[in-house]
Design a protein around this ligand. Structure first.
Ligand code: ZN
Length: 425
């Protein structure tokens, strides 16, 4: 387990409203409230309460109870019998980049395989882009995600791959998220192609030093064609030594050592997990930690599945059922990036997980909210119980089931972030 050091910057400031709505806000007449707290409702991991209401004070959930029994409040939102869920926690996204790769997508759909090599195309465009262009792209995608119910989003660097470009990518990311991740080890850039040891030395040295003030996490793409296990271990250990938490891109394109490396280093999450051995699953299942809301706690290292990537690369989906049946905690995230998964939509990922990965709708909704929070080691989001942040969505539907049952339909009626109503979609 890694403790996080104090940071010299306050990432996420841009996301906090300058002036919070003062006074209290009651969200009333909720037909189905997903609290994500086992034992808070009628049973099951979603902790569902019927005919509920919820009181927000100072951006935090101050009270949850029956709609027959509501306290007085300064303002009121009538949910009109609809379902209310915690905001989605998207724990894996690459939003700081320039350009797009639509042509590469079309070629893949025409039969070309995905190798990860296209990352270098985005690196070139990102290095050439001014700060304001990168910032505008993050803002656009952040807004797009919020409209689809995402109130917490992790943002990685990884398309700069120079000391200056990685540092500025994270500086910009930190304007939009508290969970920023240094991914200088995304690929070896072209100028270091024949001397990867030198690149790893730079990542661990000056690049980490420049990036760390703006980062909470460190991540490595541990895959054939990217970074081998020795390089990955060295880079992650350097990050841990300066107080960053560990995450790993692991076992996406084929079997490999990434998942077990992540478990060995106490990673909060190993992401992709598309090609797993029995030993990988056993390693993930072996270590559990307590959790205030999940019965029996959750696994210390979460398996974060990114079905948008398999969709967009026409690849076999990860076996979520195998992980869940082994007791491994699963998160769902978008992997939003211009190459292999250009979606910011958590509802889309839920629909894929249910249809293609045999998760139940309840498992998928939990994985996209509480699972994402576990993958970021956050206890203030991903649930709607007293003391949680008032990050929530009101659906245009009576039940969370509709997120998978009505794929592709804009079902998010309203989003509250820190208790502040966002623009309606
Ligand atoms: Zn990724």
């Amino acid at each position: 387990m890694t403790g996080f050091r104090e940071r010299p910057v306050r990432p996420g400031d841009r996301l906090r409203p300058a002036v919070r709505n003062s006074g209290s806000l009651l969200v009333d007449n909720i037909g189905e409230l997903v609290t994500n707290c086992f034992g808070a409702g009628e049973g099951g991991p979603l902790g569902i309460r019927r005919n509920a209401a919820l009181l927000v004070e100072d951006g935090v959930v101050a009270w949850v109870g029956s709609a027959r029994d509501t306290p007085a409040a300064d303002r009121r939102i009538d949910a009109e019998g609809a379902a209310v869920l915690p905001g989605f926690v998207d724990s894996h996204a690459h939003l700081v980049f320039a350009g797009d790769r639509a042509v590469e997508f079309a070629a893949r759909m025409a039969g070309e395989p995905y190798t990860g090599g296209g990352i270098r195309t985005t690196v070139g465009a990102t290095r050439a882009a001014p700060d304001d262009e990168l910032r505008a792209t993050v803002q656009r995608l952040r807004t797009e995600a919020m409209r689809q119910g995402t109130t917490t989003i992790e943002i990685k660097s990884g398309y700069g791959l120079t000391v200056a470009d990685e540092a500025r990518s994270l500086r910009i990311a930190a304007e939009f998220s508290e969970d920023t991740t240094f991914l200088g080890a995304h690929v070896v850039p072209a100028e270091y192609a024949d001397r990867p040891d030198d690149y790893v030395g730079m990542v661990c040295g000056p690049m980490l030093a420049a990036a760390a003030p703006y980062a909470r996490w460190i991540d490595v793409f541990c895959e054939r064609g990217a970074f081998d296990v020795d390089h990955a271990r060295a880079i992650l250990a350097c990050g841990q030594a300066v107080g960053l938490g560990v995450r790993v891109h692991a076992n996406q394109l084929g079997p490999g050592p990434g998942v077990q490396l992540g478990v060995e280093l106490g990673a909060a999450s190993v992401d992709h997990c598309t090609h797993l051995s029995d030993a990988d699953v056993e390693a993930l299942a072996a270590q559990r930690v307590d959790c205030m809301c999940a019965e029996g706690g959750h696994t210390a290292t979460v398996a974060t599945l990114l079905p948008g990537a398999e969709f967009s690369t026409r690849s076999p989906y990860p076996d979520a059922r195998r992980l869940l049946d082994a007791g491994v905690t699963v998160a769902l995230a978008t992997d939003c990036n211009p190459g292999s998964s250009y979606t910011s939509s958590m509802p889309f990922c839920i629909a894929l997980a249910v249809r293609e990965m045999r998760m139940t709708p309840a498992e998928a909704v939990w994985a996209a909210t509480a699972g994402g929070a576990a993958a970021l080691r956050r206890t203030d989001v991903g649930r709607l119980t007293r003391g949680a942040r008032a990050d929530l969505m009101i659906l245009d539907a009576p039940s969370h089931l509709h997120l998978a049952y009505r794929p592709g339909v804009p079902l998010i009626r309203q989003v509250l972030h820190d208790g502040v109503p966002q623009c309606r979609p």
